[in-house]
Design a protein around this ligand. Structure first.
Ligand SMILES: NC(=O)c1ccc[n+]([C@@H]2O[C@H](COP(=O)([O-])OP(=O)(O)OC[C@H]3O[C@@H](n4cnc5c(N)ncnc54)[C@H](O)[C@@H]3O)[C@@H](O)[C@H]2O)c1
Length: 311
């Protein structure tokens, strides 16, 4: 198949490009490097099935020819990024989603939206099931991301109902692995960077807030399965293995041999207190479960960051 991946030079989307190419598809990645980097796909530059186009997908999709599949992955995604890039984030959810869906309609392509567990906000239902409508602050600093993704989901469902576009929506939970940026502000690279530099790890609040971390190869496996399934409604993909930030800090200090301990800082505004996906729909509908255990995933990620810091 011929496949378009918006945001293809980002952390998750670059792994998606790798997987799609390994399955024998032709892939066109479109990215403006607002938060991604050509380095993430540099290893694909000689691949005959791969092409990287530099463009802002909120404005245009300057790629000729018909696509069979469109994965709309472009958006700033870490809290630091979307607070610094509020309008770019809103437009990635709104204008870019509209353009990509119009292209899917014109091409007769299947479309998948990369949505997020942030549509659940600070959830009052735990673990989060797809039927939960969420608890989002519409005007808080995180709202540019949360509400853009909620709008993108609404646009996607409207395109499905009104235009008949075959659409899929993946609600991605915290994902980690190689090609994350050390300075993207997310907890996993932040802890790894501090630990590898021998510094104390910064824990926000009292560290009892929880997250569930999915290794990136498991995530992109789930995303491609969802695209090829018949599940139209949103589908959570994430690892239900939930842990506190204190437990994560301990694990990273242990893996890296860091003895500098931890320091506490005030909790940022609207930081969700708990996060764990209910993955019944993915398990039953896609035959998907995460395969990479936490220790293994952390070891691979630490090795990647260690190499980046030394190069
Ligand atoms: N990583 C996670 O834990 C996570 C969790 C939930 C949802 N997601 C979603 O998955 C997708 C990828 O996230 P990621 O973590 O890999 O982030 P990322 O920032 O590494 O990747 C996003 C990519 O999109 C590109 N991009 C952004 N706006 C663009 C535009 N207007 N035109 C062209 N390219 C643009 C960026 O340059 C970047 O390469 C995002 O849609 C994000 O919301 C990720």
């Amino acid at each position: 198949m011929r496949i378009l991946v918006t945001g293809g030079a980002g952390f998750v989307p670059s792994h998606l490009c790798d997987l799609l190419l390994s399955q024998g598809h032709e892939v066109v990645a479109v990215d403006n490097f607002v938060t991604g980097s050509a380095r993430n796909v540099a290893h694909l530059s000689e691949h005959p099935g791969f092409r990287l186009v530099v463009a802002d997908v909120s404005r245009e999709l300057p790629v000729e020819g018909r696509f069979d599949r469109i994965y709309h992955m472009a958006s700033p995604a870490s809290p630091i990024d979307y607070v610094q890039l509020p309008f770019e984030t809103l437009l990635a959810g709104s204008d870019a989603t509209k353009l990509a869906l119009e292209r899917a309609r014109a091409d007769g392509a299947r479309f998948l939206l990369a949505s997020t567990s942030e549509v659940y906000g600070d959830p009052t239902v735990h673990p989060q099931v797809e039927g939960y409508w969420g608890n989002v602050n519409p005007i808080g600093p995180r709202s540019v991301y949360d509400e853009a993704k909620r709008y993108a989901e609404a646009f996607t469902m409207a395109a499905h109902r009104t235009w008949g576009v075959p659409t899929r929506i993946v609600r991605i939970f915290n994902t980690y692995g190689p090609r994350m940026r050390l300075d993207d502000g997310r907890v996993m690279p932040a802890f790894c960077g501090q630990a590898l530099r021998g510094e104390p790890l910064t824990v926000f609040g009292d560290g009892t807030q929880t997250r569930s971390f999915c290794y990136v190869s498991d995530l992109v496996d789930g995303i491609t399965r969802l695209m090829e399934s018949e599940l139209v409604g949103p589908c959570n993909i994430g690892n239900p293995h939930e842990m506190t930030m204190l437990a994560l800090a301990d694990a990273i200090n242990r893996t890296t041999g860091n003895t500098a301990g931890i320091v506490f800082r005030p909790l940022p505004t609207d930081d969700p207190t708990q996060r764990r996906p209910d993955i019944t729909r993915a398990r039953e509908g896609l035959g998907w479960t995460p395969k990479v255990g936490f220790e293994e995933g952390v070891a691979r990620t630490v090795a990647y960051f260690a190499e980046r810091l030394s190069s």
